[in-house]
Design a protein around this ligand. Structure first.
Ligand SMILES: Cc1ncc(C[n+]2csc(CCOP(=O)(O)OP(=O)(O)O)c2C)c(N)n1
Length: 287
């Protein structure tokens, strides 16, 4: 299906998702950017052939069956991913799936950079709930996420769940501190703790050739005691070790400020993603 794409119309800043970038880089794809501001239109791959203020769409003018084919492939892929996750250990992907499944109306979701936003991108099905999802680039990516969530919760008045990795959490642990004279929003921080930067095992850095130095330079384990850190900041803490407990905590009403730590293992992430790719490809081939 992807091979048949001839033109991409870009609104706003494209995501960091690699498949989206790969599509924008394809020489056989025309890129049209819709931007309403001066010379700074977003064109990360430098391939925009046209930059326009607006476009007019003609309803139902596409090739017969095009949309249905994508929707069908999307459903098949989603089932294949769900099947793999059902039979694998508790991972960031599984947590993202439960976080998505238990979203509520009038509740915000803030998603940390690195794997959490990519995990959600992979597992989340379209939703009609009235609850916005925020993702922050911060200064360089993983900074400021706890503080962002606090701001989102205060500004909206809605309870806010945050899904983020342990390094992103530790980077902004100071954001847990709220002075006694300040308002305390309802914020639940869900920390997928793989003791370091899980994303790098999925990128080029994780290739076997670099295995010798990987852990110290990119894995960066820290062994931080998150329960003690929460106690120091006076924030509630719960640890989740299995799916049953995860489901229970995610479904409970979100009130006050708390941290939910979910220890996971990043050692098999590369294999898990390879497994998902194979499962999706073969499900679509036979579907
Ligand atoms: C402020 C800042 N420092 C460093 C980085 C580089 N960086 C990108 S992803 C990442 C690892 C993040 O680890 P974690 O939040 O635990 O998520 P995981 O990859 O384990 O899912 C780092 C250090 C960054 N993007 N921003």
């Amino acid at each position: 299906l992807g091979g048949h794409i001839q033109r991409v119309v870009v609104f706003g800043h494209p995501t960091l998702s690699r498949p989206v970038h790969a599509l924008l880089e394809r020489s056989d794809v025309e890129v049209v950017v819709v931007a309403d501001h001066g010379p700074d239109w977003p064109d990360p791959t430098g391939r925009a052939e046209r930059v326009v203020w607006a476009i007019q769409t003609e309803p139902a003018h596409g090739q017969e069956g095009w949309l249905a084919a994508w929707q069908q492939a999307g459903k098949i892929a989603q089932h294949a991913i769900d099947d793999v996750l059902d039979s694998s250990m508790l991972t960031g992907l599984a947590v993202a799936r439960h976080v998505w499944a238990t979203r509520q109306d009038r509740q915000n979701l803030v998603v940390g950079s690195s794997n959490p936003i990519r995990d959600l991108d992979l597992v989340a099905a379209p939703s009609i709930l009235d609850g916005p999802v925020f993702a922050n680039r911060g200064l360089a990516g993983i900074d400021g996420t706890v503080s962002t969530a606090t701001g989102v919760a205060l500004a909206s008045g809605w309870p806010t769940r945050v899904l983020l990795g342990d390094l992103a959490f530790l980077h902004d642990a100071g954001g847990l501190l709220i002075g006694p004279l300040e308002q305390r929003p309802d914020v639940q921080v869900v920390v997928v703790n793989d003791d370091g930067g899980g994303i790098f095992s999925l990128l080029e850095h994780g290739e076997p050739a670099y295995a010798e130095n990987f852990e110290r330079v990119f894995g960066t384990p820290h062994g931080a005691d998150i329960a003690s850190l929460c106690a120091a900041y006076g924030v509630g803490y719960a640890r989740v070790d299995d799916v049953v407990e995860l489901r229970r905590i995610m479904a409970a009403p979100l009130a006050g400020r708390s941290v939910v730590e979910i220890p996971v293992n990043r050692a098999q992430l590369r294999e898990l993603h390879a497994h998902i790719r194979t499962a999706v490809a073969s499900a679509i081939d036979s579907g």
